[in-house]
Design a protein. Structure first.
Ligand code: PBG
Length: 330
């Protein structure tokens, strides 16, 4: 026998062979596309730190929804920029709030398109935190876990009432999955699944999103509820408690710097696992592409393939529509 004994290159010889043995294949079915909705008329305004991503007013939303469905993407994640913010985030659970209105409109235009509602308070609170802030006698302020749960349950139920197909709580309070499950069941929404942002790190990668959603905390940071990027065993505890509380799907967020965590969740739990390819991951690619430093399509498809290979069953990404079009050769 001649040398080398093993010739791995044999299976790379032609495109047909390579596709025959390909282990990971991206499809439009994998993607969830986030959309930002705002008040006003005739608004389609590019978010400066996220080229290609826009704020849409309700009257311009339909064209974007048509673009999504034409690409083959089957799910959107809706974020709203409210007109009014207050300490308790009341616009988050207003039956006529911006996310609720947008949900109704989208389900009307495209009944087959899955609408996922992000359940959090930070876009709706004047202090920008994901829950209710309590100021202690010492003057120190903290986010009150259990008081926040009540408002998050109201938010989730109002989103389901508006027609949301999936509730995705991103607030990182303890017990939120159980509280929301119980609230949904009580309101007759026992069939609505919860996609829990189970493992959400306190990350610098959310910067452009906070600009887009006007949701930066006005004091302090989110480190008392979002996770320390250094920890992975803690991620297992977060996922375990969500499973015990009735989550239907788990999520790891952000993606790129946390693929080991994604893999660990996939190996240790049998629920579908989502990854959120967050705003700064998107913006970095767009900036480099705008400078002509990288091949955008090649980089994006490679990154998304890497996330799927690492274990993602679903990928939330601002690249979703472009990627779906590229995959279809458009
Ligand atoms: C709301 C929320 C955030 C993101 C999704 N939902 C921001 C945050 O936690 O500060 C970030 C998404 C992104 O960066 O693309 N809590």
């Amino acid at each position: 026998m001649s040398f080398p004994i093993v010739r791995n290159r044999r299976l790379r010889h032609t495109a047909a062979l390579r596709s025959l043995v390909r282990e990971t294949v991206l499809t439009a079915d994998d993607f969830i596309y986030p959309i930002f909705v705002t008040y006003g008329m005739n608004v389609k305004e590019e978010i400066s730190s996220m080229p290609g991503v826009y704020h849409f007013s309700m009257d311009r939303l339909e064209e974007e929804i048509r673009r999504v469905t034409a690409s083959g993407v089957k799910a959107v994640l809706l974020f709203g920029v409210p007109e009014h913010k207050d300490a308790e985030g009341t616009s988050a659970y207003d039956p006529n709030g911006i996310v609720q209105e947008a949900t109704r409109a989208v389900k009307n235009w495209a009944p087959e398109l899955l609408v996922i509602a992000d359940t959090c308070l930070c876009q709706f609170t004047d202090h920008g935190h994901c829950g209710v802030v309590r100021v202690h006698e010492s003057g120190a302020a903290s986010v009150d876990n259990d008081a926040s749960l009540e408002l998050l349950v109201k938010t989730a139920v109002s989103q389901a009432e508006a027609g949301a197909d999936v509730i995705a709580p991103s607030n990182m309070m303890d017990g939120f999955v159980y509280a929301i499950r119980a609230g949904l069941d009580e309101a007759g929404f026992e069939h609505i699944p919860i996609l829990s942002y189970s493992v959400k790190y306190s990350s610098a990668f959310y910067g452009p999103f906070r600009e887009a959603a006007h949701s930066a905390p006005q004091f302090g940071d989110r480190k008392t509820y979002q996770m320390d990027p250094a920890n992975i065993r803690e991620a297992m505890r977060e996922a375990e408690s969500d499973v015990a509380e009735g989550a239907d799907m788990l999520m790891v967020k952000p993606g790129l710097a946390y693929l080991d965590v994604l893999r660990a969740l996939k190996e240790n739990f049998d629920l579908p696992v989502a990854v959120y390819n967050v705003s700064a991951e998107y913006s970095m690619v767009k900036a480099a592409a705008a400078n002509g430093w990288i091949d955008e399509q090649g980089i994006v498809l490679e990154l998304l393939t890497g996330m799927k290979r690492a274990g993602a069953d679903l990928i939330i990404t601002y690249h979703a529509v472009d990627a779906a079009n590229w995959l279809a050769g458009k």
